[in-house]
Write a protein of this length. Structure first.
Length: 488
């Protein structure tokens, strides 16, 4: 959960940025200190843009410092901005002072500088407002959060680093959240060496003793790894788990296959085309009886290939949505199968599916009663949903929809289940929309679709849906309340 507001301390910014990235949140983080205000804009977890109230952070001053324009050229361009209302970058481009390629690269560098100065703040305050962004007509400039954090914290002085570290007696382990281990963060040789020493049994003091880098460089590397949340405080007691942690770290150090963008696109497309219809075991490529370490290892191998954070090359932009969907499915499979209770529920669901398939095969001469089977899956889904087994509910509702795809209620409940599963919420929209199309007078479907848009910061879409609901039920106080929320 991302705190809505907090004072700034040593680890605030790296952890805040990581939380926003992990939760794929859209919104605006506002940082204030005395009269200085800086804003960082995020879209689905990616850093999109940044702004500052300081004149020295403006694009014009930045271009002067980089000697891309002269003071006379800036003054002339600012005059045009005042007369026409155009943006400075557009004016400089139209005047032939910057090419479109140079403008994009320089604005990206300007954004980085604004954000990097924030990492040096030791005091101040921040607020995070989730929802649609109050900026328009900007070039999306996605920046690797991991690499940005590394660059920012590497410039901090020794006093800040030492003050921020845990006690030297603290034991460190690799992050329990595997997605943090495989983020797009290019560690240097020192950071990779220190990471290889962290296994959940050694204290910071032990790591310094074993490292060949000296205490300062070792502690600096530890700070970077903690800021990235690739490591965390905590002990691993079981010997098998320690050995597995070491294997994970070795996997993290090993580079993903060096494929050209065209080849990587083919690999991603092939995986995306084949994942639909597979169960969680098939997605990870493990047997039904696989051990938890085997499941984790399979997940890590997939994460090295398909983690969206590892594909920031501009040529891979068109694959971003497919990577997100593919990786969210792989991540969900890992979360379900690596924990005993959710895996038991999932196995029970698979057993039901196998029994139903066998029964259908045995009765191949009789026409199966598709409607009754769909209703049985729907009832099973509702039972699972009531006990918050959303993964099992999603599978049950999915079968109901497959058997009776034109049933509005089945589609609606499949959307509900998906909206409650981490990293699967984006899939819910299609089923909510289909439910409203199949039953055009059901305000319940419209309100849930509108709330889905509202939760994701899409106020314009939400308002449009709520207004449709109001036409159906013009006197509903509930609908009026939702319209007010979408209009604020």
């Amino acid at each position: 959960m991302i705190p809505a507001a907090s004072d700034i301390s040593d680890m605030t910014l790296p952890w805040l940025f990581q939380d926003i990235r992990t939760e794929k949140t859209t919104g605006t983080a506002t940082f204030s200190r005395d009269a200085e205000i800086k804003k960082v804009y995020f879209k689905e977890g990616d850093i999109l843009f940044a702004s500052s109230s300081l004149n020295e952070d403006s694009l014009g001053e930045f271009l002067l410092r980089k000697e891309k324009i002269t003071q006379a050229q800036l003054d002339q361009a600012l005059g045009t901005v005042t007369r026409t209302g155009k943006k400075l970058g557009a004016v400089l481009f139209e005047a032939g002072k910057l090419t479109s390629h140079d403008l994009v690269a320089l604005v990206k560098l300007q954004i980085k500088e604004i954000i990097l100065t924030l990492f040096a703040w030791r005091d101040g305050h921040y607020q995070f407002e989730e929802g649609s962004l109050a900026i328009a007509e900007i070039i999306p400039l996605h920046i690797s959060t991991g690499d940005l954090i590394i660059e920012g914290v590497n410039n901090l002085d020794w006093k800040v680093l030492r003050k921020s570290l845990p006690p030297i007696s603290a034991i460190l382990r690799p992050a329990l959240d595997p997605s943090l281990l495989f983020q797009n963060a290019h560690l240097d040789q020192n950071e990779r060496e220190v990471l290889s020493l962290i296994d959940g049994s050694k204290s910071i003091q032990d790591i310094c003793g074993l490292s060949s880098l000296g205490d300062f460089n070792t502690l600096k590397a530890i700070y970077v790894l903690l800021a990235l949340r690739m490591v965390e405080k905590g002990e691993i007691k079981a010997e098998a788990d320690k050995q597995f942690a070491s294997e994970v770290v070795r996997d993290r150090k090993a580079a993903a296959p060096e494929l050209a963008p065209a080849e990587m696109k083919k690999l991603i497309q092939s995986a995306f085309d084949s994942f639909s219809g597979k169960n969680h075991y098939e997605l990870l490529g493990v047997a039904r009886g696989a051990s938890v370490p085997e499941i984790k290892k399979a997940y890590f191998q997939h994460a090295k290939l398909y983690h969206p954070d590892r594909h920031f090359d501009p040529e891979m932009n068109e694959m971003k949505e497919k990577l997100e969907i593919l990786f969210s499915s792989i991540h969900e499979a890992y979360e379900v199968l690596s924990e005993g209770s959710t895996r038991d529920h999932y196995d029970e669901m698979l057993d039901i599916e196998v029994r139903k398939a066998a029964a259908a095969a045995n009765a191949r001469d009789a026409k199966p009663d598709t409607k009754d089977n769909a209703e049985a899956w729907y009832r099973e889904g509702k039972k699972r949903y009531r006990v918050q087994n959303f993964w099992g509910a999603e599978e049950s509702f999915k079968w109901a929809v497959r058997l009776e795809p034109e049933n509005a209620e089945y589609n609606f409940h499949l959307g509900l289940a998906l909206s409650r599963i981490p990293r699967r919420g984006h899939e819910a929209e299609d089923f909510f929309v289909k439910a409203t199309q199949l039953d055009t007078i059901n305000t319940k479907y419209l309100l849930e679709l509108g709330n889905f848009y509202l939760r994701n910061g899409l106020k314009t879409k939400a308002l449009s849906v709520f207004q449709k609901a109001q036409k159906l039920d013009p006197h509903s106080d509930k609908v009026k309340s939702f319209i007010k929320d979408a209009s604020d």
